[in-house]
Design a protein around this ligand. Sequence first.
Ligand code: FA5
Ligand code: MG
Length: 466
Amino acid sequence: SQENTIIHDSGRSGAKILGAPFIFDETSNLSSSILGLVGRNLYEQPDHPISITRKLIESCFEEPTFKHFAMNNPVVTVTDNFDTLGFPKDHPGRSRTDTYYVNSTHLLRTHTSAHEHNAFSWLAQNTSSKGYTICADVYRRDSIDRSHFPVFHQMEGARVWPPQENRAAVIQRDCNDMPQTNLLVEDQATDFSTDANPLQPEHNPEEVHLVARHLKLSLEQVIQRIFQASQASLPSTARSDAPMQARWIEAYFPFTSPSFELEVDWNGEWLELLGCGVTKQSILEKAGLTNHIGWAWGVGIERFAMLLFGIPDIRLFWSTDPRFLKQFTRGKITKFEPFSKYPACYKDIAFWINATPSGSSLVGASSTSGVAAAAGGDATKASPTETQPAAFHENDIMEVVRDVAGSLVEDVKLVDEFVHPTSGRKSLCYRINYRSLERTLTNDEVNGLHDEVGKRMEGLFGVELR
Ligand code: FA5
Ligand code: MG
């Protein structure tokens, strides 16, 4: 996008994101390929499957009880994304191998929960609403395959009950108001007495069980709605009258307790759709919701959309190909008709990772992989502040591949790994599947991309290509 650029100016680098300037520091790890995806706002294009799915989920949480928000700017503070939510300082989600940092104070949000505090504060001021949903694009440095892309969409929801006489009876009544579903649900997360998934000390156990019940019933309504819409989009002969199978399992989030995940049976495998739980009391109190109790959830919109429309590859959501976009209409669930796939081109990259890195030819893992490359900087020189190179991390090769080839790569898989018996050095081999969704790639083009991947792996991580 024109609004987003990486700027490299006499030794100083930075970025303009949606028009706002940021100065990079040693924490920055943005790439121009990721910035190119900021601001597309797919959830605001009425005929796009992401937007259609968003509306379907929103329709399960009616106004005015719920207020629906969308947050266009993905740049948030480290405080909002992690600290306020109680992420421990050493939580892996904070690492630069997992998260896109604009600089040491700002990042591309990794989840919609980054807006929880503000949304709860809004609720404290607007008592005619009892809850909200938030829709937004979120960013993670992740592996590459058909169901993972560095940008995806989440929707977050929350509901609170203010302090009142006989509140348990009120929550119970709200549970009773919920229509029956015909899902086949197995609940493996009903015991909140374990250390792994405890009740909060401030809470009344009876209320917590009811809040958890209300949470699970609310989300089962969503699953039911999705399942019905998906069935209705099939020709009558292809419909199944078997109920959809789902299960609740225990989970952990720093900002809810107890916490749960919902998985559904998808072609014989359990697919995780969402995480949720009873909101931590400290978070409600900080937002001014004194003595309230409530729940929160976060879902991956692409996961729902893939189920709903039968979309087989997460990259398709970013396609501008009319053969994709023309298939969808606002308010309608239709099955995706695959158009012909262009040929795949597999290339292997094998390399030794240094068991005892010398440090001289390395920068910290992933330190400025994108920035240095995009800004034309010399990535092979260790910066003075980073004499201790971090270990090679799998997400580093993913990031290099994404940066070089963007969405021309379908997936990257580790196909071989061994340790040399005498030298003790470790060798890894990754298979990169180059395939465009929009055209046939030429041999020269793929070779050029693959050579560049190798060069950057050598330059950035000091690996020795085999
Ligand atoms: C979270 O992000 C929590 N913020 C959810 C939450 C909100 C919990 C409020 C409690 C209260 P998690 O990292 O599991 O949790 O992501 C939530 C969902 O996003 C997942 O269940 C999945 O559906 C989706 N998701 C996660 N990673 C990806 C990815 N790389 N690509 C597509 N979808 C993803
Ligand atoms: Mg999860």
